[in-house]
Design a protein around this ligand. Structure first.
Ligand code: NAD
Length: 484
């Protein structure tokens, strides 16, 4: 690993020294390459993780093209030095600017559930900002990872992007290597290990971890839209989505009608066309365990919930659940299950939605948009959508982040650059005076000036004392500048 990091570091020096425009020119072909290879991506991802081909094209290929366009259009301006305003009276002759420098060598460790879109939404801004990247895809989706790396073939100098294949031990080695930043997307348990490894080296990491998203359906919701949206939000990618709806809180007045619509929709879904199998047996056994646990705690099956014959199939399940005491309502399920729970009112729904270790996204379904917007402010979630769910991960200009154990990483939008670059403040001083007011020697005149500034700036100082301070400064500052 050390040799790969060394190679990346050497390559980064030259890559980071290019102008953003030169880097954009090098990387821009990725946009059409990903679109032109849509079918290949769809087939490979489908074979590796089982999702329907159309989900790969809609959820991974097309959004990636948007990601390239967004960063290519905006990175130059984002990296431009920004002037920092300085008070000319306190700091005469000085000009300061914030420069964003590439972080250096970035390790990118990703999961299998969106094996194309997820790595690319970090790879593109990381590379365009001038970093070198060591990219480790999940061992469950290595071919998809290889296709992602191939998008850059012939576009980058050797060492700027390195594909590192392997499992947990390789991820651990990368997190402990001499890199400048680890960007990690995956489970809370692994994220914690990565955070420990980075803390040992006092190196930053950006963590995007699990979720337990809630959807809140209010009595005045458009029930058809809410049912369609909740079913898609819970079952797309067979529920193996960090932002899958894993809890539904519905107001009593519409609970029966809403549940009936959800059940009818779920029963109409076609195996492998609308909902694929789970990606691994390990994932399926978690789902089975959660459903069993909910049933044992009083939950009632309303649809599905059976293991299928082929692959790791599991028929999409709907349950009515009365409380949040089971694993199904507490822990990340990552599978095609919709638990519906009845609440008395919006306040109760918000309280139950917020009572989670996670806090990725949440949705409110209501026709009263103003009321929903007010409620949105009370939700402990990095993304709140009103009358929709989860799709905003595909918007390159909208930040994606979370609360609590979902981690503190931010992807998409200019905010992602806070991790991928480091700030350098550069100050230029054109003041020709022999010395600054605050330099040596410390004299009684300097004492007088310091206290006069305090009196002048404090809001509690009376007007007469302020005028007195101005006169004091008018006398003392010139004296001080003359060496007094
Ligand atoms: P995982 O934690 O098992 O693995 C993720 C990656 O970490 C893989 O590449 C794996 O090889 C690597 N890894 C394993 N052990 C490691 C170690 N000790 N040190 C460093 N790396 C190691 O997660 P998964 O099952 O692949 O992915 C599913 C999880 O990802 C879910 O919890 C899901 O919610 C989360 N996720 C979050 C987001 C988000 O944006 N917040 C997006 C997608 C997925």
């Amino acid at each position: 690993m050390a040799a790969l990091v060394k190679q990346a570091r050497e390559a980064q020096a030259a890559w980071g020294a290019l102008t953003p425009y030169e880097r954009i020119k090098a990387i821009l072909p990725v946009r059409d390459r990903v679109l032109d290879r849509a079918e290949r991506f769809a087939n490979v991802v489908h074979r590796e993780v089982g999702k329907p081909n159309v989900e790969v094209v809609l959820g991974e290929v097309l959004p990636t093209a948007d990601v390239v366009t967004y960063w290519a259009d905006s990175i130059e301006e984002m990296l431009d030095p920004q002037e920092i305003a300085l008070d000319p009276l306190s700091y005469p002759g000085k000009k300061g600017a914030l420069h964003r420098e590439a972080r250096g060598v970035v390790a990118l460790i990703t999961p299998w559930n969106y094996p194309v879109a997820l790595p690319l939404r970090t790879l593109l801004p990381a590379l365009l900002a001038g970093n070198a990247v060591l990219f480790k895809p999940s061992e469950i989706s290595p071919r998809s990872g290889a296709l992602v790396a191939e998008l850059f073939e012939g576009l980058l100098p050797k060492g700027v992007l390195t594909l590192v294949q392997g499992g947990g031990e390789i991820g651990a080695a990368l997190s402990s290597a001499d890199v400048d930043l680890v960007v990690f997307t995956g489970s809370v348990a692994t994220g914690r290990k990565v955070a420990h490894a980075c803390a040992e080296r006092l190196s930053p990491c950006a963590l995007e971890l699990g979720g337990k998203d809630a959807a809140i359906v209010l009595a005045d919701a458009n029930l058809d839209r809410a049912a369609n949206g909740v079913v898609w939000g819970a079952l797309t990618n067979a529920g193996q989505n960090c932002a899958a709806i894993e809890r539904v809180y519905v107001e009593k007045a519409v609970a029966e009608a809403f549940s009936a619509k959800v059940v009818a929709l779920v029963k109409s879904l076609r195996e492998n066309i609308d909902v694929g199998p789970l990606a691994t047996e390990a994932q399926r056994s978690i789902v089975v365990k959660h459903v069993d646990d909910a049933k044992n705690s009083g939950g009632k099956m309303l649809a599905g919930g059976e293991k299928g014959e082929k692959g790791y199939a599991f028929s999409p399940a709907v349950l009515s659940v009365e409380n949040d005491d089971s694993a199904l309502m507490r822990d990340e399920t990552f599978g095609p299950v919709i638990p519906i729970s009845i609440v008395d009112n919006a306040e109760q729904a918000i309280a139950r939605a917020n009572a989670s270790r996670y806090g990725l996204t949440a949705s409110i379904w209501s026709k009263k948009v103003k009321v929903a917007e007010k409620l949105a402010k009370q939700l402990r979630a990095g993304v709140v959508t009103i009358n929709n769910h989860a799709f905003t991960g595909a918007l390159p200009n909208a930040p994606w982040s979370g609360f609590g154990e979902t981690g503190y990483g931010i992807t998409n939008s200019a905010l992602a650059l806070d991790a991928l670059t480091r700030p350098r403040f550069v100050l230029v001083d054109k003041n020709r005076a022999k010395r600054e007011l605050w330099w040596y020697p410390y004299t009684p005149t300097l004492d007088v000036i310091a206290y006069a500034f305090c009196a002048l700036r404090s809001k509690s100082t009376g007007i007469f004392r302020k005028i007195g301070a101005i006169f004091t400064l008018a006398r003392a500052v010139p004296k001080r500048l003359m060496g007094g």
